[in-house]
Design a protein around this ligand. Structure first.
Ligand code: PMT
Length: 400
């Protein structure tokens, strides 16, 4: 499922200093395959130029209320063509005009002519945001089904700090992808494990691995975009878990912590995806003081960690179970064996090589197995896209 490709998005821009950040949003949307038309207000064009907007969107802007194109009324044609209208930044003036049906900008005319989904990213000084008039207008828009992201707290145009900063471009982009994705996993509760586990040796040192959490987070995001409620149990990751309303995060450190958290959740989920790189062993004991460098050589006594995936595979009833396998050789043989031994419904195997490190990388290629053998080869591509392709197979097989 490719969410933004073949979609048309209208980006409305209000007259606020954060308009410059919307340029990056347009770039991300274009890169993801969407077509974009930008409709800046008159005030917005004091902050960003028509030339930048048209260059980035590769399309003519909608700037004038009386604009036509080859005899067609531009705002009407745009409203029929577009899949989603996003307004970033949404200033308090624009919000007020939207709430009360004003039509003195081509953006507002397009909004009034449009019957599909709308997302706004408010941005203004704290007191303007908190003013009862603005809050009453926001309430009107919310009741009309308009989705609202932010504002965040942080640096404001005045040099002060506070609530009113436009949500991050990444968060707006993720929200747009979620809005464009069909909700084919709505109603599902899903558990995802991600990232490494950390096994302490002493107060300073630990055993771990290079998992960044990117693959697990991509799966959690894809599930959430498709309407599932996601429980993301994760070790210390180098990526930030997405801030989506239907993702709950449970940070843990060790394999034992992860097992405990997973067992607390598993009765409530229909799908479990174990993508974490769980440490197979932990030190036999955690030393309370820093271990001193007294000898030339030393040995570490290790004990086996619980196998979380295997434990889930032995439950009855068990959720639809997806395991992962990271192999450095004999990928097909080892991965299928893991699928059988750990009673997985599906197992996603990634081959770790120098050319394809997978750990920490933005891309992955995967072989998917079921209990009968290899069923799918997912070519090398972004982990976000790989996650959706895995979920396409899950969706075909998951009964709910
Ligand atoms: O996080 P990234 O940088 O994006 O990298 C992604 C990834 C390489 C970590 C991911 O794609 C992946 O392959 N995760 C599984 C890594 C792993 O631990 O593989 P394994 O072959 O050792 O384990 C097989 C399965 O058993 C995995 O589902 C694992 O979660 C599970 N397991 C392993 C050991 C253990 N004690 N408990 C487990 O549940």
């Amino acid at each position: 499922m490719k969410q933004a490709a073949a979609k048309h998005i209208t980006i409305g821009i209000g007259g606020g200093i954060s308009a410059y950040r919307t340029l990056e949003l347009i770039r991300l949307l274009k890169k993801s395959g969407a077509s974009v038309t930008v409709a800046p207000t008159k005030a917005a064009l004091h902050f960003v130029t028509e030339l930048s907007l048209e260059t980035l969107s590769q399309s003519a802007c909608l700037c004038h209320p009386l604009q036509t194109n080859n005899g067609q009324i531009s705002h009407i044609e745009e409203a029929y063509r577009t899949d989603l209208i996003v307004i970033a930044p949404a200033t308090c003036d624009l919000i007020a005009k939207m709430a009360h049906g004003f039509a003195d900008e081509i953006l507002l005319q397009t909004l009034l002519s449009f019957q599909g989904p709308v997302l706004i990213a408010p941005a203004m000084e704290t007191h303007m945001w908190q003013h009862p008039a603005t809050q009453a207008n926001i309430e009107i828009l919310r009741n009309r089904g308009i989705q609202i992201i932010g504002p965040d707290s942080g640096d404001l145009a005045s040099g002060r700090q506070g609530l009113g900063r436009m949500a991050s471009v990444d968060a707006i982009f993720e929200h747009i992808l979620a809005m464009l994705t069909p909700k084919d996993l709505a109603g599902i509760q899903a558990l995802v494990t991600a990232g490494p586990t950390i096994e302490s040796l002493d107060p300073i040192r630990f055993l771990s691995n290079h998992s960044s959490g990117k693959m697990g987070v991509a799966l959690a995001k894809a599930l959430a975009q498709r309407g599932a409620m996601v429980h993301l149990v994760h070790g210390p990751m180098s990526v930030t878990p997405p801030r989506l309303a239907n993702i709950r995060t449970y940070p843990i450190r060790s394999a034992n912590d992860m097992l405990g958290q997973v067992l607390e959740l598993v009765d409530h989920v229909q799908l479990a995806i174990c993508c974490a790189a769980v440490a197979d062993y932990r030190p036999t004991q955690v030393v309370q003081e820093k271990i001193k460098k007294s000898q030339e050589n030393t040995t570490l006594a290790l004990v086996k960690n619980p196998d979380i995936l295997r434990t889930l595979g032995q439950l009855s009833p068990k959720p639809f179970l997806v395991g992962f396998a990271a192999e450095t050789s004999d990928l097909e043989k080892n991965a299928w064996q893991k699928c059988l031994e750990k009673s997985c419904d599906l197992l996603c195997a990634n081959l770790i090589t120098k050319a394809n490190p997978v750990f920490g990388a933005d891309e992955n290629q995967i072989l998917v197995f079921d209990q009968n053998g290899l069923i799918l080869h997912i070519e090398n591509q972004s982990k976000d896209r790989v996650a959706h392709l895995i979920l396409d197979t899950v969706r075909q097989r998951l009964v709910f």
